[in-house]
Design a protein around this ligand. Sequence first.
Ligand code: THU
Length: 134
Amino acid sequence: MMMINETLAALVAKAAEGRSRAYIPYSHYAVGAALLDEDGTIYTGCNVENASYGGTICAERTALVKAVSEGARRFTTICVMTENGGSPCGICRQVLYEFNPDMSVILASPSGAIVKIYTLRDLLPDGFGAEKLP
Ligand code: THU
């Protein structure tokens, strides 16, 4: 993965910042995300839960929707921070895949340690994308 340490450190710091804002009265499981656009902008996200549980949105999709609504679309990397190396859920994998199946996915721990690095294609092989539609 081509990324300079400075950018990686910034992404991890932003994922922690996002995670600190998690709204998690039900699960108490805080997730932070930091999504890097190719222009260098980092969009943060956190999970936002709801008393109607299905209304919950994950940190990854929060970051993505924030970014797209601000005009960004070309994402190179997402960093996700959880207490135990949790990886993006299936819905988030699909939603991220729409924008760049080859983006890097970095899992980080609250200490700032990198737990795992893979690409979205690793997480969603043979994914469904726009090219499959008639
Ligand atoms: N969660 C995320 O934010 N991202 C994931 O990819 C997995 C799950 C959140 C949703 C919910 O607020 C909590 O973690 C427990 O499922």
